[in-house]
Design a protein around this ligand. Structure first.
Ligand code: NAI
Length: 299
């Protein structure tokens, strides 16, 4: 079975290089019309260039349809213009891959708040701005596929990336609520946590890993998650052709007796509280509250 994107319109942010470029090329190869967005800045977000145009040209040269767009994902007006231009040319937007990102790595002790804000602004707020710009249109047409880009740093932590990690786990959180709000409009929202040799990781990944981690090996996972057949509410780890699912789980925990809900009782029950036997993956925040009530009723 071939997954076709004929008739679909996709926006891929940060698609002037790295992973975003591979997503844009693959979507176009499978028939989608693609907006190749990229500010074309340096890894830390400074400056700009015409990398989006280069990728759009690459798509057109291969017989696909693409327009380049140099909007910063952090600029609401520019993003709205980008979406309006794509709609005017091709009708509705069906797919949004929020992929744009920057790095300002430093240990938290040395990180200043402007560097924290800027990284959160590009990854998290930028993704919210782009999503907001396509959201109502997706609801109206009862079709949408949105992919957020998290990272192992957000999910599990990484030294020197407090700003980046905060933004990246934020994206997984954003996806979870949008999944719930989008479900009845056939909007599927997923998250990818890629590992790939790009300029973002060139000095982080050891030499031997750089070849194995070709960004094109992440692409099948990303493209599946924005296809007609895509699941929703998935966090997919993807790198070097390996695909993994990541879950936020909840242990059954312990209902402390009404007469002893003290700090000491928490300490005494710690092993049972963190015991992963019987842990579940709640489908929403409300489910956790329900489970608390169930625990109480057992006690
Ligand atoms: P990259 O640096 O090649 O790609 C990021 C792109 O986003 C760049 O082309 C950049 O110009 C663009 N960009 C930055 N700020 C922008 C803005 N304000 N507006 C529009 N475009 C902007 O790096 P890579 O690795 O391809 O990263 C893609 C995404 O994957 C990022 O969100 C990154 O955080 C994430 N990621 C990558 C990992 C890896 O192993 N390469 C690991 C985990 C996450």
């Amino acid at each position: 079975m071939t997954l076709s994107f004929d008739g679909r319109v996709a926006i891929v942010t940060g698609a002037g290089g790295g992973l975003g470029r591979t997503y844009a090329l693959e979507l176009a190869r499978r028939g989608a019309r693609v907006v190749v967005n990229d500010l074309g800045g340096a890894r830390d977000g400074s400056g700009s260039s015409d990398t989006a145009e280069q990728v759009a040209e690459e798509i057109r040269a291969a017989g696909g349809e693409a327009i380049a767009n140099g909007a910063s994902v952090t600029d609401e007006a520019q993003v709205e213009e980008m979406v309006a231009a794509a709609r005017e040319r091709w009708g509705g937007i069906h797919i949004l891959i929020n992929n744009a990102g920057i790095l300002r790595d430093k240990s938290f002790a040395k990180m200043d708040i402007p560097d924290f804000r800027t990284v959160v602004d590009v990854h998290l707020t930028g993704s919210a701005i782009c999503t907001k710009a396509v959201w109502n249109g997706m609801r109206d047409q009862a079709y949408g596929r949105i992919l957020m880009t998290a990272s192992s740093t957000g999910l599990f932590g990484n030294f020197g990336q407090a700003n980046y990690g905060a933004a990246k786990l934020g994206l997984a959180g954003l996806a979870k609520t949008l999944h719930l709000e989008g479900a009845k409009y056939n909007i599927h929202v997923n998250t990818i946590a890629p590992t790939a040799a790009t300029r973002m990781t060139e000095d982080l990944l050891p030499e031997a890993m750089l070849t194995a981690f070709d960004p094109a090996l992440v692409t099948p996972g990303a493209i599946y998650l924005v296809s007609d057949d895509a699941p929703s509410n998935v966090i997919l780890g993807a790198g070097a052709g390996v695909f993994q699912a990541c879950y936020v789980t909840l242990t059954p925990g312990v209902a402390l007796p009404a007469d002893d809900r003290s700090v000491e009782a928490v300490a005494a029950n710690w092993d049972r509280i963190v015991d992963r036997n019987g842990e579940i993956v709640p489908e929403s925040g409300a489910e956790q509250a329900m489970l608390i009530l169930q625990q109480l009723s057992k006690g």
